[in-house]
Design a protein around this ligand. Sequence first.
Ligand SMILES: [Zn+2]
Length: 158
Amino acid sequence: MRTITLANGNTVEVDCLSCALTSGKVEPEGGVIAETEHFHAHQDVAYPIRGLVIVASKRHIKGLDELTEEEQHDYITFITKIRKAQREVLGIEHVYYFYNEDTTHHFHLWMVPRYDWMYEFGRSVESVRPVLLHARNNGGDHAKVLEGIRLLTKVLNE
Ligand SMILES: [Zn+2]
């Protein structure tokens, strides 16, 4: 078991956060944004950034090369749909995609929107961690984050 600190300051004890979220054991703030047969999309639970979507597989796997052919197709189609929604309803012009295989949780992709304030932390991958920590330490704009979840959920489930 490991302890995970959520964006609202609460902690949860889980073996694998991705399993807990995709199975519904842990409810992400704002609920499920969208799901397919093989994947589950939710607002990131640790960092309050509007439009920061996590796409987790429903199977407990670690590597991209563990995806079946059907999952591969489902994955790229799903991510593309979410990316389009981020652009259309949240006006997000650029997204950073981050995915690491040596994670303690299982397979999940971060879709991190870029906002103007983030550029003071630099560009490219080195800016991601400071940006996330800045958002967490400043609490983010809770109402805006929730509104972002609502807008994405609506357009992705029409
Ligand atoms: Zn898992």
